[in-house]
Design a protein around this ligand. Structure first.
Ligand SMILES: CC(C)(COP(=O)(O)OP(=O)(O)OC[C@H]1O[C@@H](n2cnc3c(N)ncnc32)[C@H](O)[C@@H]1OP(=O)(O)O)[C@@H](O)C(=O)NCCC(=O)NCCS
Length: 161
């Protein structure tokens, strides 16, 4: 077996643009009102998102599919996901500080759940740090319930049907 050194590949320029995933094409954008839309991200969105994403989370922006919230032409929030067989995992969810508490996090969660339903995932999960009470409350708001708990995290589970 040949082991390939990939250490340098974490540099932005070495990572090819994330291709459009077939899952994204299953969902139309959600037009919330004249100013707000929830949609799949484009490669151009990533540099905007990076401006308000902590450095430690930035590498993952290139790996996982991302749904964005756009207000007046500017991306102000995003939610990533991962699909494994028939299970849908919510990954990062982040709204720019000045746009929090306007219902955008909820819209992104709802969109991801609708996508999970569309691609026939019966259950969806989110692993949430207990240091993130807003996210814990949001999971409960969308009908998820605690499925597993350890000292640092709660895993929430919901049904899509
Ligand atoms: C968690 C986060 C995405 C919520 O986004 P948001 O757009 O502000 O949330 P919404 O306005 O859609 O709120 C929906 C529900 O979430 C919960 N919620 C949101 N912010 C909350 C807060 N600061 N405290 C408690 N509950 C909160 C509430 O249940 C709320 O419903 P309500 O308004 O009827 O009370 C946002 O706070 C954020 O980006 N935080 C920083 C990153 C982070 O911690 N991400 C989660 C882990 S990846």
């Amino acid at each position: 077996m040949t082991i390939v050194q990939i250490g340098e590949s974490t540099k932005d320029e070495a990572i090819p643009p994330l291709p459009y995933h077939p899952h994204w094409l299953r969902m139309e954008p959600w037009v919330i009102d004249d100013e707000t839309v929830i949609r799949a991200h484009t490669p151009e969105d990533l540099s905007v998102i990076k401006a308000w994403t902590p450095a430690e989370s930035q590498p993952f922006l290139h790996i996982h599919p991302t749904i964005v919230a756009e207000v007046r032409g500017t991306v102000v929030g995003y939610g990533q996901y991962l699909v494994s067989a028939t299970v849908f995992f919510h990954l990062a969810l982040r709204i720019a500080d000045e746009w929090q508490r306007f219902g955008l996090g909820r819209r992104l969660m709802d969109y991801r759940i609708a996508l999970a339903r569309e691609i026939h995932c019966a259950h969806h999960y989110a692993i949430v740090l207990k240091s993130k009470p807003a996210m814990m409350a949001l999971c409960e708001k969308v009908g998820m319930s605690a499925y597993y708990e350890d000292a640092q995290t709660i895993t929430y589970q919901g049904r899509t049907a």
